[in-house]
Design a protein around this ligand. Structure first.
Ligand SMILES: [Zn+2]
Length: 431
């Protein structure tokens, strides 16, 4: 089998240690060797040698809260999905086939942005678009990140979230989960709390009773799906942690007890993602899309951002696994800009650049349930990696410019190989 040798540059291995001069060898889709220093050994004549001088080899990024059915991506802004300014998207009545076209475009854009894996935080539609997207990516029909498909987001408000949610109680919760599992979804999402974005004071409203969340936890284990939740209120966070939710999103108003609970399960497949990108965009960058200061305030966004900048450094101090990514797909923060979250982790939450990079790679492997084969560059791990111009551990923002991503590799196959690498003919996924 032909080997690919990435040599001459720095290696960031995903664990959080500083990049070091080193070599990465890939064979048959997996990393077979990571060594410090650069060998003079020319290797086998068949080896593909990738010159990484002035570049960094690092694991592919993982988006921990993706919404590939949201319509806006870089270069394809859809003003009709921009609550509260414009929600005309929902009146268009897209067919599942039409929605799949959008999702496939988004998947391609997200992969082009260096995200080789995406963990879904839910679908806009009750149809099985994400299941089909996952399967089409997996079988190589379309390029995109390796995906865990997410169901549409259930709350107890039938006006917002679909046909099955007009019933309350544990039995209705169970039947919803069974139905999503039967459709082939990997992840099922609940809006355990409302949100200030949807209605004033909403973030403090917990929308599910304890017995409903308990039923959800039990049914998910029976059905073999993972649970994710939107949880702004402290109570919603506590319910999620106590009932085995895997991804607890936002957590803005977690109190001391909620933080203690999160901390108590930090080694137990529990992950937090703030989805700070949209909040930041709404506060500072929404004006051209009609989200001026007044609108942002009516959505509770400045307060949310301020509270997040207090609570997330505390989560970091406690060692709770917090992952970048989230809620990209609106006009002010289109899909494709997801790497910006790393900068927000550094600037707003006090992460060292290496820690932010590790959260987007090593922890990403773990949230996918693939911690022993994804998110780290080490022998045996899947060869999902990037060759980046420069050193992202000195400046994470270089990841935001696709031109700096010279190579994007999934399981040893080049999705992208910049001409500067001199690897003509190596790109094997659809361009
Ligand atoms: Zn979301």
């Amino acid at each position: 089998m032909r080997r690919t040798v990435f040599t001459g540059g720095l290696v960031f291995d995903g664990t959080g240690r500083e990049p070091f001069p080193g070599e990465v060898v890939v064979e048959d889709g997996r990393v077979t060797r990571v060594t410090p220093g650069w060998s003079d050994d020319p290797g086998h004549p068949d080896d593909i040698r990738v010159d990484c001088i002035g570049r960094t080899v690092m694991p592919g990024l993982v988006e921990a809260h993706s919404h590939l059915t949201f319509p806006s991506s870089v270069g394809n802004i859809d003003p009709g999905f921009n609550p509260p300014v414009d929600v005309s998207f929902f009146r268009r009545g897209l067919t599942p086939a039409e929605h799949l076209v959008i999702a496939e475009r988004n998947a391609r854009v997200l992969l082009d942005a260096g995200f080789t894996t995406a963990y879904s935080a839910g679908s806009l539609t009750g149809s099985t678009v994400e299941v089909e997207l996952r399967d089409r990516i997996r079988s190589g029909v379309v390029p995109g990140p390796r995906l865990r498909a997410g169901s549409f987001e259930r709350d107890n408000n039938p006006l917002h979230y679909g046909a099955t949610s007009d019933e309350t109680g544990p039995a209705a919760v169970r039947s919803f989960i069974k139905e999503q599992a039967a459709h082939g979804f990997d992840n099922v999402k609940f809006l355990l709390s409302n949100d200030d974005v949807f209605e004033p004071g909403g973030s403090q409203k917990t929308q599910y009773a304890a017995e409903e969340v308990q039923a959800a936890g039990e049914q998910a284990r029976e059905s073999g799906v993972w649970l994710n939740c939107h949880a702004q209120s402290a109570e919603a966070v506590k319910l999620a942690v106590r009932n085995g939710f895997r991804a607890v999103y936002h957590c803005t108003y977690a109190d001391e007890e909620a933080l203690d609970l999160l901390e108590s399960r930090k080694d137990d497949d529990l992950f937090v993602a703030p989805a700070v990108g949209i909040v930041y965009a709404n506060v500072y960058e929404g004006e051209e899309f009609g989200i001026d200061r007044k609108v942002a305030e009516s959505m509770g966004q400045p307060q949310c951002l301020e509270t997040m900048t207090e609570i997330y450094p505390e989560m970091r101090r406690r060692g709770i696994p917090v992952l970048p990514g989230g809620d990209y797909g609106f006009p002010p923060n289109p899909i494709g800009r997801n790497a910006r979250d790393l900068d927000l982790f550094v600037r707003l939450f006090g992460y060292a650049p290496c820690a932010a990079l590790s959260a987007a790679t090593m922890l990403g492997g773990r949230i996918m349930g693939m911690g022993d084969e994804l998110g780290v560059l080490a022998p045996g791990y899947l060869a999902d990696l990037l060759v980046v111009r420069g050193n992202p551990a000195e400046d994470v923002t270089i990841l935001e410019d696709g031109a700096n991503l010279l190579a994007i590799v999934q399981e040893g196959r080049f999705h992208k190989a910049d001409p500067a690498l001199g690897l003509a003919g190596m790109v094997t996924t659809t361009v």
